[in-house]
Structure formats: structure tokens, C-alpha cells
Design a protein around this ligand. Structure first.
Ligand SMILES: [Zn+2]
Length: 319
């Protein structure tokens, strides 16, 4: 029975092994070019009594079990939480806060870059509860869509591990701080340093969208079709909505903080089609601020500040 007393079946657990086989499929190398960035991801699911964890790193102090996947260790931990519906029909590149206290120390939130997590419901409740949501053309009501969802979360983690939205490079930070300090001291001038600004975290959603869309195009054509049908329908709605808006007073339907999934439905699709070969590098390169090219190299700008967009940096230029 689906609901707060649900217990995992063999089929539920096997579905996660299957998703992991797709994550590591040779064709996914196109997306996950640096395997080390996803190798440590802990995959976490749960039923009414247990938390299930798949990881490639051994977790200390807990008995491991057979995962059925040659690369992964499998752990089962009891919990005392009441299972919420929302927990069962969604997946996230993180885990519910209430679950934190039951987790082993190694995969607690403070280790997010060492062992990133993805978590969500089991196959059967996921599909059944998604069906119950009853929104039109919902693509997430099949077994394929479940696998696609897990690969989508791996997309989030892969992108997150690039730390593009995070001031993670101390050397660079000191360079910027020193440059600004010197400019104040000298009263101005050109510091001649390449300027990268952090990427908006919303770009991670575009990467995850493209990951899911790419994997679906190869492995799950029916899910890809369902995404396209939903996309067509949703875009028609959004266009109608946008036409009725006064953008001086209201947010556009494209505003990512309002609806991240609509944002990725639009820009994810456009980027995927415009850059079919280079989107993985394009979306994981730091955006470059300034006129870097054709104007005499770093700092050779003429004062015009222009966001060249993702991929304006040299790393993003290989096609
Ligand atoms: Zn997402």
C-alpha cells in the first residue's frame, strides 16, 4: 500500500540499481566527463521504516549489505519519521532536513562536497503519487521517468561539484580583494586580471534538465516524448500568461526564482538544441565578465562590461 506505512519492495530497490547502471553507462561520459565529480554521490531513498543508502565509499560503523550493483555498497538504517507524501513523489540533490539526524556522520550536510547526496522516494510510491497529482501531461508517471529523475539529480550534483556559484578559490578571491584594495589606494587604473563572476545557481537546473533530456533521448525515448508533449503544452500556457503580464510590476514567467522548472523548460531546451555538442562544457564553465577576446587579452577591455555568457571562458570554447 502506498502511503505512510509503505515498505520497499525488491522491485523498488532494483530500480535504483538500474538508475545507477544508466548513470555509469559509457554514453553518459558525454555529460559526466569528470567521473570523479559524481563518484562520491550517496543515493538515498526511504520507506516508512528505513533509510536506504547506496555509496561507493564505505560508511563506518554500519553493516553493509548486497546492493546488487557491483560498484555500490548498500546500507539500511532505521528511522522514526512519519513519511510525508511529498517525500515520496520527489527527488532532490539533497535530503529532507528531518532525516539528517538518522544519517551516518560521513554523509551529513557539512560534508556536502565530500559526499554529495541525492534523495527521494521509491519507485512505486513515486509513480503512484505522481499519477495522483493529476496535472495535465505530467511526464513523471512511468518507470522510465523515475530513472530519468535520478539521472537528473546526478546532473545537479555534477554541476554543483564545479562550485561555479561558490567563491571556492581562495587564491583567486585574494587576487580580487588585493586588486580592489590597490585600486582604492592608487585611486584607479586597470588591474589587468581576468574577471570571473559566480554563476547563478539556477544554471545548475539547466544542466540537470539537459542531463535528463540527453539521457532520455538515448535510453528512454518514451520519456523524451512525454517531456516534449508536456513542454509543448506548458509553453503554450506560459506564452499566454506572459502576454497578460505587466513586466514593470510583475515578474516574467521566466523568472527562475518563481518557477525554476519553467525556466529550465525554456532555456534548457534552447541551450540543448543550440549547443548539442558543447552544452556540458558550456554550462560548467565560469562566466567571464568583460571584453576578453579581440581586445588585447585580459584586462585589455575598453571599459564596456559585458557578460559574455556561459562559455565565454577559454575552457568553454571547445566544441
Ligand atoms: Zn532539478
Amino acid at each position: 500500500m502506498i502511503g505512510k506505512n509503505y515498505l520497499a519492495t525488491k522491485k523498488d530497490l532494483e530500480a535504483i540499481n538500474e538508475a545507477l547502471r544508466f548513470v555509469w553507462h559509457p554514453k553518459m561520459k558525454f555529460v559526466f566527463q569528470e567521473k570523479s565529480k559524481i563518484a562520491n554521490t550517496a543515493v538515498i531513498s526511504y520507506d516508512s521504516k528505513f533509510i536506504y543508502i547506496w555509496t561507493q565509499k564505505e560508511l563506518k560503523g554500519i553493516d553493509k549489505m548486497q546492493s546488487g550493483h557491483p560498484k555500490y555498497l548498500f546500507y539500511k538504517i532505521p528511522h522514526a519519521l512519519e513519511l510525508k507524501e511529498r517525500w515520496q513523489y520527489t527527488w532532490h540533490a539533497d535530503l529532507w532536513k528531518n532525516m539528517e539526524k538518522f544519517l551516518p556522520d560521513q554523509i551529513k550536510r557539512e560534508n556536502l562536497f565530500d559526499i554529495p547526496r541525492i534523495g527521494g522516494g521509491l519507485l512505486t510510491p513515486f509513480v503512484e503519487l505522481q499519477k495522483k497529482r493529476g496535472f495535465k501531461y505530467n511526464p513523471y508517471v512511468t518507470g522510465e521517468s523515475y530513472l530519468a529523475t535520478i539521472i537528473h539529480e546526478f546532473g545537479h550534483n555534477y554541476w554543483n561539484q564545479h562550485k561555479l556559484w561558490w567563491y571556492s578559490n581562495k587564491e583567486k578571491n585574494i587576487e580580487y580583494l588585493t586588486a580592489a584594495k590597490n585600486l582604492y589606494q592608487k585611486g584607479g587604473g586597470n588591474p589587468n586580471i581576468p574577471l570571473h563572476i559566480p554563476t547563478k545557481s539556477e544554471v545548475g537546473e539547466l544542466f540537470a534538465f539537459c542531463t535528463e533530456y540527453y539521457a532520455s533521448s538515448i535510453f528512454w525515448p518514451t520519456h523524451r516524448q512525454a517531456l516534449d508533449i508536456f513542454g509543448k503544452y506548458r509553453l503554450k500556457e506560459l506564452i499566454r500568461e506572459e502576454k497578460g503580464k505587466n513586466l514593470d510590476k510583475q515578474d516574467s514567467v521566466l523568472e527562475p526564482s518563481k518557477n525554476l522548472h519553467d525556466f529550465s523548460l525554456v532555456f534548457g531546451k534552447i541551450i540543448f538544441e543550440c549547443h548539442p555538442k558543447k552544452w556540458p562544457s558550456f554550462l560548467t564553465s565560469p562566466p567571464y565578465l568583460g571584453s576578453h577576446y579581440g581586445l588585447g587579452g585580459p584586462g585589455g577591455g575598453d571599459g564596456r562590461l559585458g557578460l559574455h555568457g556561459w562559455g565565454g571562458s577559454p575552457e568553454g570554447r571547445h566544441d
